[in-house]
Design a protein. Structure first.
Length: 563
């Protein structure tokens, strides 16, 4: 039975990876720019950079054109706007200087650095043809087999734990895995009802969640009811955010309030949180505990991800740097240095994607290094963690206690594990959170533990795949930021517990026991989903017949569309 568990998990992972790899988005033309020589530039994105740089979507090799000159942006209703990005000679629309973002229509002349371009948007009929082609190219990509395999995997997990834990915990086991399957199938049916067929991300997330529930049943079975409720909240948050992220106007309108809410949560945390093992990062309300920094991760992605026309605004860059400094500084003040390191790593990813400047990343890293030296000097226990790094066995009874026990558990589990509920490591404090890789390795074997790692890597692969054809810069940056949160937490959790990195005490996304962490992990997944524009796969792309209603246009423009 245990070998079947391994085989099914591997099959699910391979099948989802191949589905993502071979069902990529094709370039779709949303408009064109034509210069005086008749050269045509196809607009294959909803956000297009015009300039002389090699990275421009519309590259004009003319010295009078700035490397980053203007941005041409389409919204959900099909309307196009153009904005000058602080170019040297400015931009003209219909012969008048562009001072702020302006509407551009079919037949309008756009002048950038003296180069004149005539704009033509796709007609309503052309966009309908794109939708039909998108639907036709997605046929046969259903996820029914993936759901059947997921169901088999969850049932095998439940059966193994029922055998090993005994009848006393039968209700807990049935509730745990019944909740996973009920939510998984409800999510799948809801996705199909919305005429979407891409379900790889959700299958992997539910599979990881089921492994996390198995760990919780071994170490703290009474907590499984709380975790089941948190899973329902997390899945609901995922769908809510998928809907919310479909409209970038809505996103731009609420970015600042969401960022402010994140700062407010950190402020309340600083003032009211109760210390736990030296870190002041938990709030208790009505007997329920939660970790605000997990929710702030979502606000951080919103604050850092912006549309193309705002990327090159110095004001936006400075504001994000200040926001990041407050977040990282607050977490450091709470003594939650592991989470602070995760936030800083994601800041570097966002900063590079927004600026393309290695100098910005280098200077930020240099500043962080200086702050880390000061923190190590001021907080001796941080220095102890760095001192024991790579020397855990030399002080196995004290500073190296957690790492040595984790390595022992991994070794005792071997490749195939002792069986669900049969391990001893789950009795160690924080084994099911900060050192959960050891629990999974001991009870289910190193192969399954390694595949859990590959599942997180799969999310990063999905994010990178989505960047090329993402509807806009916001979605591309947000997807990569979410993937960076996953990968950094994964590396610190796994390598820290195995003494390959300093031990920082952070969670393994979806797997570690923790309701707030589970909710945040599902919420972050929506950013990766929103960047996916494969045919009929993402909530970001409306299926045929359900396009957003456009505002009434002038008769001239309607005639241009039908031409």
């Amino acid at each position: 039975m245990h070998f079947a568990l391994i085989a099914i998990m591997a099959l699910i992972l391979i099948r989802c990876a191949f589905s993502l790899l071979f069902s990529g988005s094709k370039d779709e033309v949303w408009g064109t720019l034509v210069d005086k020589k008749g050269t045509s530039f196809e607009l294959t994105h909803w956000e297009n950079l015009i300039g002389r740089s090699s990275g421009a979507d519309v590259r004009i090799n003319n010295k009078s054109v700035s490397p980053v000159h203007a941005a041409l942006v389409r919204d959900n209703e099909g309307a196009w706007t153009v904005a000058d990005l602080g170019s040297r000679d400015g931009s003209l629309l219909r012969g008048k200087a562009i001072k702020k973002r302006q509407r551009i229509n079919t037949g309008d002349t756009l002048s950038v650095g003296g180069a004149e371009l005539t704009f033509t948007r796709t007609t309503k009929k052309m966009e309908e043809n794109l939708e039909i082609a998108r639907e036709d190219s997605s046929r046969g990509t259903g996820a029914w087999l993936g759901m059947v395999l997921l169901t088999a995997f969850v049932c095998l997990l439940a059966f193994e734990l029922l055998q090993n834990l005994g009848g006393a915990l039968a209700v807990n086991v049935l509730f745990a895995f019944g909740s996973v399957l009920a939510l998984a199938w409800a999510t799948f049916i809801l996705t199909l009802s919305a005429r979407r067929r891409g379900f790889e991300l959700e299958i992997i997330a539910f599979m990881l969640t089921s492994v996390g529930f198995a760990v919780c049943l071994s170490s703290d079975p009474e907590n499984i009811y709380k975790l089941g409720i948190c899973l329902a909240i997390g899945v609901s948050l995922y769908f809510s955010m998928c809907w919310f992220l479909r409209d970038q106007k809505r996103v731009n309108l609420l970015r600042v309030p969401i960022a402010a809410l994140g700062l407010a949560l950190l402020g309340v945390n600083l003032v009211s949180a109760s210390p736990l093992l030296g870190a002041k990062n938990w709030l208790y309300i009505g007997g329920v505990s939660f970790q605000p920094s997990e929710i702030v991760k979502i606000a951080f992605v919103f604050a850092g991800s912006v549309g193309l026309e705002r990327i090159f605004s110095k004001r936006n860059v400075v504001l994000f740097m200040v926001f990041s400094a407050i977040c990282v500084g607050s977490l450091a003040f709470m003594r939650d240095f592991g989470t602070a390191l995760i936030f800083f790593t994601v800041y570097l990813v966002i900063a590079f994607m927004r600026s393309g400047s290695f100098a910005t990343v280098f200077l930020s890293a240099l500043g962080a290094l200086l702050a880390a030296v000061i923190a190590i000097t001021a907080r001796p226990y941080i220095a102890d963690r760095f001192a024991i790094w790579g020397h855990a066995w030399e002080d196995a009874a004290n500073l190296g206690y957690q790492q040595t026990r984790t390595m022992t558990a991994v070794a005792s589990g071997g490749l195939f594990g002792l069986g669900g509920g049969k391990g001893w490591f789950d009795s160690i404090f924080a084994a099911d959170t900060d050192m959960v890789f050891g629990v999974v390795s001991e009870e289910y074997g190193f192969i399954i533990a390694a595949m859990c790692v590959f599942c997180i890597v799969f999310f990063a692969f999905a994010a990178v795949r989505g960047v090329k054809n993402a509807r806009g810069s916001f979605y591309a940056i947000a997807a990569c930021a979410a993937a960076s949160f996953y990968l950094t937490a994964l590396a610190l959790n796994v390598f820290g517990s195995l003494d390959m990195l300093p031990f920082t005490g952070v969670t393994f996304p979806f797997v570690s026991k923790g309701g707030t962490s589970l909710i945040a992990s599902w919420g972050m997944l929506s950013f990766i989903k929103a960047a996916d524009t494969r045919p009929m796969a993402s909530f970001a792309v409306l299926p045929p017949g359900t396009r957003a209603k456009r505002k009434k246009k002038p008769k001239k423009e309607e005639a241009d569309e039908e031409a």
